[in-house]
Design a binder for this molecule. Structure first.
Ligand code: GUN
Length: 293
């Protein structure tokens, strides 16, 4: 079994990005600028956004964090999106999800200028991805592809089972795994909460991408020998072992599954750090106006 070290790979890519930013600055180019909108005080969202802002600093980007309280109106939030759309200094921005119930996430996502949508959530970016056109790829699936590439994991003709059908991970991961060329060309099955024979399907998988958000869902008796396992789960569970009072649990029962796997991502330190790096890559592309002029 080989551990897929997302922490080490992301540190390497971070260095590559920092190097390029340095070059851009030396040549008098514009410093890439990422803005993030954070609504409320959800623990997970706070952590993720803080990490995104910190990584911006580490690679030499400019970053702006805009905070609203939970009771912000949809109108106010949309006005902020509009302001960022029209701010020429901001190359890309994200609205951290989830949003409070009284705000339509879809409305907010669609209000973002797709040319600044570095999360890749806007229907134009999703649509372009699905037909293989240049676009901002959503960060988690893009990070997964990068891990498969950097570990030279074969995907052509393999049976890839995606657990979960979210717009952010499951659906785009399935799309990328089936697209033409490496690291795609896989035969993809998507399983979700209404799938009746998940165990049987998983047992025939060469690659499993687990993105259900159910801690330790994938058990040892659900996988075959030699399977490649990508664990996207990051459920926060209370813990007395950590200072923060919680720890992250993946969707995979690691101790049971890892002895049978050829490659497996740990949680934490697998997909998580790659997600943030993919966002940085998109911001760099946005700054260079490489995808959209
Ligand atoms: N919430 C969970 N993951 C993400 C992400 O990648 N981007 C945003 N904006 N919100 C999220």
């Amino acid at each position: 079994m080989q551990l897929i070290d997302g922490k080490a790979i992301s540190a390497q890519i971070k260095k590559e990005i920092a190097q390029e930013v340095l070059q851009i600055k030396e040549q008098g180019g514009k410093t890439p600028h990422l803005a993030a909108i954070l609504v409320g005080h959800d623990g997970g969202s706070e952590t993720y956004v803080a990490s995104k802002v910190r990584t911006c600093e580490e690679v030499g980007f400019k970053s702006t964090l805009i905070r609203f309280e939970d009771n912000v109106s949809e109108e106010e939030l949309l006005a902020c999106v509009d302001r960022l759309n029209n701010d020429n200094d901001v190359d890309g921005f994200i609205v951290q999800l989830p949003l409070p119930k009284h705000i339509s996430e879809q409305k907010v996502i669609e209000a973002i200028d797709y040319r600044k949508d570095v999360d890749g959530f806007h229907p134009i970016n999703v649509g372009r991805m699905s037909i293989g056109l240049p676009c901002f790829l959503s960060a988690t699936p893009s990070g997964i592809m990068e891990l498969l590439k950097r570990y030279n994991i074969p995907t052509q003709g393999k049976h890839c089972v995606v657990l979960g059908r979210s717009n952010i991970v499951g659906k785009p991961a399935a799309t990328l795994m089936m697209q033409k060329g490496y690291p795609g060309d896989a035969t993809v099955t998507v399983c979700h909460s209404r799938t009746s024979n998940i165990k049987e399907i998983c047992l025939s998988a060469d690659i499993i991408i687990a993105a259900l958000g159910v801690p330790e869902f994938l058990k040892g008796d659900m996988v075959k020998e030699g399977v490649v396992v990508i664990d996207v789960g990051t459920t926060r569970v209370p813990s007395t072992e950590t200072k923060s009072g919680f720890k992250l649990k993946g969707d995979v029962a690691f101790d049971e599954v890892s002895p049978k796997a050829s490659f497996i991502t740990p949680v934490p330190g697998g997909v998580g750090p790659m997600t943030i790096i993919s966002l940085m890559k998109n911001t760099l592309l946005a700054g260079k106006k490489e995808i959209y002029k």
